[in-house]
Design a protein. Structure first.
Length: 324
């Protein structure tokens, strides 16, 4: 039984990965249309120092946005800011430290951001880890669940007030959260969100991505009910050639090194849907969508379970210390 519980998540994740790669071979990657200028608007991009996050921050800066990169590496963050400023001639790009494995750090980041007295028109929940060995965050959460999901859950909730104030009837503020196709094979056990019963990196990663979809849908329900001019969507970047795969075993790394240039999307291609979801006029006022290759598509059946969405939300509030 233990072998089956350990092996099954691995097979599921690699199955969905191969399926997506084959789709990417058949269908051309999504090409961004010309997007309108975004002067005067502010965006926060977590994990914006490299990979998909960097490409997202770069493009939003090209559109004229004031972009704040949230990350846990000062050196990488400041280097990214300098490169983006040089490429876009937009001086309104900055780095603020935010360690998503620490609730204290997230709260400090929000405090530092609010001290700038800026609006917030786009929040891109992009940062993440994948297939890390079993370990805990500063607050004792399993790292995939704690960083990928709970960190963004807390960050989004702490910034909602600013997002609500910044959105208008004609120009909604937007929350864009990056999940992945692995959510289709993820299992969610509300009694074991820390994957302590039988830990596998693949299962924990898929669970964190499934949680992000459920979170996005419930957030949109709340925003709609209260009449806020804020939308929440979730995006699937596809299989992208970034360093997110550094925790794979040596054989998988070798295969990626040999074939990634052919089968995987580039970071720019992977970021396209995040950018589109952030500023496209075609998505104005539209929330609760799962977007892949720039199109609305169906997520896993379980993600539409409103009772499960609600239970996960309530449990998450307790875990991060947010009043229910």
């Amino acid at each position: 039984m233990w072998v089956l519980n350990t092996l099954l998540p691995v097979l599921r994740v690699y199955y969905i990965g191969i399926k997506v790669v084959l789709q990417q071979l058949v269908f051309r990657p999504f090409t961004l249309p010309v997007l309108p200028p975004q002067h005067g608007k502010v965006a926060i991009v977590t994990g914006g120092s490299k990979g998909i996050g960097y490409c997202t921050a770069l493009h939003l800066s090209k559109l004229g946005m004031h972009v704040i990169i949230a990350g846990n590496n000062d050196c990488e963050g400041n280097e990214a800011v300098e490169r983006i400023q040089q490429q876009t001639m937009n001086a309104n790009v900055e780095f603020l430290y935010c360690d998503l494995t620490s609730m204290k750090s997230i709260r400090q980041f929000v405090q530092n951001f609010k001290a700038k007295n800026l609006g917030l028109h786009v929040l891109v929940n992009n940062a993440g880890v994948m297939l890390v060995p079993e370990r805990k965050t500063v607050d004792g959460f399993e790292e995939h669940f704690g960083l990928n999901y709970l960190g963004h859950f807390l960050l989004t909730n702490l910034l909602l007030k600013t997002l609500r104030k910044s959105g208008t009837h004609d120009s909604n503020a937007r929350v864009v959260t990056v999940s992945s196709a692995t959510h289709y094979v993820g299992d969610l056990n509300l009694d074991d969100l820390q994957s302590s019963h039988c830990y596998t990196p693949h299962g924990a990663y898929a669970q964190s991505k499934l949680s992000l979809v459920l979170f996005t849908y419930h957030l949109q329900h709340q925003l709609t009910e209260e009449g806020s001019h804020v939308t929440a969507n979730v995006v699937d970047p596809g299989v992208v050639n970034t360093d997110l795969y550094k925790n794979m075993n040596w054989a998988a790394k070798l295969v990626k090194w040999m074939t990634g240039w052919l089968f995987f999307k580039t970071a720019e291609e992977g970021a396209a849907t995040s950018i589109y979801a952030s500023v496209s006029p075609h998505l104005e006022g539209m929330g609760g969508c799962y977007l892949y290759n720039g199109n609305k598509t169906k997520s896993a059946d379980i993600t539409y379970d409103e009772e499960l969405q609600r239970k996960l939300w309530l449990k998450s509030c307790k875990l991060v210390g947010i009043p229910i």
